[in-house]
Design a protein around this ligand. Structure first.
Ligand SMILES: Cc1cc2nc3c(=O)[nH]c(=O)nc-3n(C[C@H](O)[C@H](O)[C@H](O)COP(=O)(O)OP(=O)(O)OC[C@H]3O[C@@H](n4cnc5c(N)ncnc54)[C@H](O)[C@@H]3O)c2cc1C
Length: 379
């Protein structure tokens, strides 16, 4: 495995021991993976890889022991995630469950429900997808039209979710649905539900993205019956809960390490270009190092139980902007020195097609800047 070059290290012996252990595991497990496989790691699901990670205790590692978690620190989790991303590990199967669905269930699900679902996440066997966006409802989640109606002791779900990453390989979705009128506030009357994607009435339709990969889906619900315990948290508190979930979604290092393989490939090819180009690459590495410090700051806030929403929005926005600049830099510096079919060309091609999504998923650039402006008291 190529050693990630951005590694000032965390001055904590436990973290460094863990980092070494994860690197050894990844060197062995990913030995046959090509650069282009590593570049695509973000959309590559490998359930067997996820199961092996679970076996090592590296999924749900900060969660309570009673759910199968290891009660380890946020910084230790950060080390594992950083190593997985830097190595280009195929993380797509378990990523959503580890990052946000598990914490959401532990925090809000009824005591009867969480112990049935969360241990499967920790083992790397139970996968989740995110049910927020709908057609015409992405940034403005208050306008969701999927509706859950009370039926006896349970609920019935009707509607559809759009751009649902990984629904075709997930077991469950946490869906935001309207359960009541927007009394007084547009944000009122929304609730979150656990939806078993094998339930009768759930229909998953594939959507191919511009890289011609099947990652997205549209997920329809036709009279899907949900047991009462599938209401996650309080009825009507879906808006606040979804905001908590989005903070988890925006706060991790993946928000600035999605296109990193292209930087690593450019560094490997640096001998082929002149000194001016190497200065440009050095500048990129310096930007990454700064973002890493900021991202570690967000992990520290999570560890202290503070709300990282503002800081996470800043890191995600800066990270997306930096990573979206990588294809242009590659073409400017290596255009002529990128032989057809070379590893650099393959990776640059992939990142060029994937990069526009970096400033859409998990909140668009404009929405993040709105959050930042509000956090700074500017609006
Ligand atoms: C790779 C990828 C994966 C995704 N995975 C999922 C998933 O798993 N689950 C899920 O639920 N969703 C997912 N999404 C959807 C994503 O969350 C939405 O695309 C995003 O929130 C934007 O919503 P929209 O597409 O409806 O665009 P819109 O909200 O219609 O926005 C269109 C444009 O208008 C701008 N805009 C909107 N409102 C404002 C405003 N108030 N002020 C200023 N500008 C504004 C936006 O910034 C954007 O430029 C994914 C998207 C991508 C690209």
């Amino acid at each position: 495995m190529p050693i990630p070059r951005i590694d000032p290290g965390i001055p904590d012996a436990d973290c460094e021991r863990l980092r070494k252990e994860v690197r050894e595991f990844l060197a062995e497990t990913l030995a046959g993976h090509r650069a282009i496989d590593r570049a695509r790691h973000w959309s590559t699901a490998d359930p067997e890889f996820s199961r092996r990670l679970g076996e090592r205790g590296w999924i749900g590692m900060t969660w309570p022991v009673r759910y199968g978690g290891r009660a380890r620190s946020q910084l230790e989790r950060y080390v594992v995630i950083e190593e997985l991303l830097a190595a280009g590990a195929p993380v797509a199967a378990h990523w959503t469950a580890d990052r946000q669905s598990g914490p959401q269930l532990i925090r809000f699900a009824p005591e009867t429900l969480a112990p049935k679902i969360v241990p499967g996440i920790v083992r790397g066997e139970t996968f989740f997808c995110i049910g927020l966006s709908e057609s015409d409802t992405g940034s403005d989640l208050a306008s969701v039209r999927t509706r859950a109606t009370r039926s006896g002791a349970g609920w019935v779900l009707d509607g559809a979710k759009l751009w649902t990453t990984g629904a075709h390989r997930a077991h469950y979705m946490i869906a935001l649905a309207r359960t009541g009128p927007p009394d007084g506030s547009r944000h009122a009357g929304l609730s979150q539900f656990l939806v078993d994607l094998k339930a009768p009435g759930v229909k998953i339709r594939p959507i191919r993205n511009q890289a011609d990969e099947h990652d997205f889906n549209e997920v329809g619900f036709e009279h899907v019956e949900l047991p009462g315990e599938c209401l996650i948290g309080r009825e009507g508190a879906g808006w606040e809960q979804a905001a908590t979930e989005l903070a988890f979604e925006r706060s991790g290092p993946e928000r600035y390490l999605s296109g990193m393989r292209l930087l690593l490939e450019m560094l490997d090819a640096a001998h082929a270009v002149d000194a001016r180009a190497r200065v440009a690459l050095g500048r990129l590495v310096a930007h990454y190092a700064t973002l890493r410090q900021m991202s570690l700051g967000v992990a520290g806030m999570l560890a202290r139980g503070e709300d990282p929403s503002l800081a996470a929005a800043i890191v995600k926005d800066l990270g997306a902007t930096l990573e979206q600049s990588l294809p242009d830099v590659a073409h400017e510096l290596f255009g002529g020195a990128m032989p057809a079919g070379s590893t650099l060309e393959q990776v640059a091609d992939h990142v060029t097609r994937a990069a526009p999504s970096f400033s859409l998923r998990g909140g668009t650039r404009e929405i993040l800047r709105g959050i930042i402006a509000r956090g700074l008291g500017l609006r």
